[in-house]
Design a protein around this ligand. Structure first.
Ligand SMILES: Cc1cc2nc3c(=O)[nH]c(=O)nc-3n(C[C@H](O)[C@H](O)[C@H](O)COP(=O)(O)OP(=O)(O)OC[C@H]3O[C@@H](n4cnc5c(N)ncnc54)[C@H](O)[C@@H]3O)c2cc1C
Length: 369
């Protein structure tokens, strides 16, 4: 049985592990966090990605935990409502669509629970070195003993360690899109009732949605910025920067700043894209955000990860584990789909792409071709 080490236990990693198991491979997932990593706002499962979830037998479960928004308001900087919609929200698109919006952490937990019985999970560890020869890849870990695997897949997100080790520094592949996005939780101090609010104030803006039966808020706060200096990218400095920026927001700035300061799940990163000419080198390949992060502005990160995992596992199975053939086919099949979906992030500066473009991009691949 061929062994495959997958770095990253977010969404792409466990979904790949599921499909590899189904095709007779022996997958191991190494995840840096001590367990499935929580955090994030809502993510969308759209188009062909819905089919992947259905084939995994998770469609009903995902539908049960989908967000239940009734609509959204767009506010002026002083909090005055200028527009409301009961047809669409910025986070999920049209509310009557068959696409599913779920909290990221619900999906992470769901794919983990669905795969844990048949997959070896190594939590709280990380790859430190890869050394490949004709027979396999010797992998060193930060904590566990070194092991040899037939193949290695980097599904370890935007700041992928596998990408750095196999292809070089992140700076070569990350294209900054001019802003940063932070996401964090707070009590529902706005008493939002299945209703989102969106507001833009100068070079900052946010979207707030209630979750968990309206008991909590998930706040997504963005601000325009060139790439930050290294010392500002550190966790506590970045949080302080967000707190300071929120404090000068005119509507609810003080309470939002306080929430960002206290949030246990504070997350912030650049809105960037990973663009690479090749995702594979030797026995190593990249999947999901690690290889082709489209940025949250596209709304398609999760769908690309789900589809990429299904396609990659299928290509490996079809090629009987011959990684050269399989990786070449994976790249040929995924490349046009990735390109179309990455373009969504930049189609309409400062706002979501058009409904037509999203409808075209989300379904521009057939799982069985
Ligand atoms: C905390 C968090 C919050 C997010 N919030 C949003 C959001 O609000 N909206 C949105 O559109 N997208 C968000 N994303 C990105 C979104 O999850 C992905 O675009 C998408 O789901 C594709 O998933 P992925 O599995 O490729 O990457 P991710 O979901 O980023 O998963 C990568 C996993 O790899 C792990 N990892 C990283 N480095 C290592 C390493 N060296 N060794 C082992 N494991 C490692 C991470 O802990 C993580 O669990 C978030 C990602 C994270 C990690």
């Amino acid at each position: 049985m061929q062994t495959v080490l997958i770095s990253g236990g977010g969404i792409a990693g466990p979904v790949l592990a599921y499909w590899l198991r189904r095709h007779g491979f022996a997958p191991t997932v190494v995840e840096r966090s001590p367990g499935p990593r929580p955090g994030g706002q809502a993510v969308d499962i759209r188009g062909v990605a819905l089919e992947v979830v259905e084939r995994m037998g998770l469609l009903q479960q995902a539908s049960r935990v989908r967000t239940q928004m009734r609509g959204m308001s767009i506010l002026e900087p002083d909090g005055h409502e200028v527009h409301r919609s009961t047809e669409a929200t910025f986070s999920s698109g049209r509310l009557d669509s068959e696409d599913i919006e779920v909290l990221r952490e619900d999906l992470v937990r769901m794919v983990y629970e669905h795969t844990r019985a048949g997959v070896e999970y190594l939590f709280g560890d990380s790859i430190t070195a890869l050394d490949e020869d004709e027979t396999g890849v010797r992998v060193d870990f930060a904590h566990g003993p070194s092991r040899v695997f037939d193949l290695v897949v980097g599904a370890d997100g935007l700041h992928s360690t596998v990408r750095r080790l196999a292809f070089g520094p992140e700076e070569r592949f990350a294209y900054h899109l001019g802003s940063y996005l932070s996401v964090f939780s707070a009590d529902n101090f706005l008493a939002l009732d299945d209703w989102q609010v969106w507001l833009r104030d100068g070079e900052t803006g946010f979207g707030i949605m209630p979750v968990r039966d309206n008991t909590e808020l998930r706040i997504a706060f963005g601000f325009e910025s060139a790439p930050l200096a290294h010392h500002l990218r550190d966790g506590s400095a970045l949080r302080q920067l967000v707190v300071d920026k929120l404090a000068s927001v005119r509507w609810e700035g003080t309470r939002l700043a306080e929430a960002a300061r206290k949030a246990p799940d504070f997350y912030c990163d650049a809105t960037a894209q990973i663009r690479m000419d090749q995702w594979s080198r030797g026995r190593v390949t990249l999947l999901g955000d690690a290889g082709y992060w489209p940025s949250p502005l596209s709304g398609q990160g999760t769908s690309l990860a789900l589809v990429g995992a299904h396609v990659l596992a299928g290509c490996l199975a079809q090629a009987n584990g011959d990684h050269r053939t399989a990786y070449a086919r994976y790249e040929r099949r995924m490349r046009p789909f990735v390109t179309l979906n990455q373009v969504l992030a930049t189609e309409n500066s400062g706002g979501p792409a058009s409904e037509e473009s999203v409808a075209h991009a989300k379904s521009a691949l057939s799982l069985d071709s």
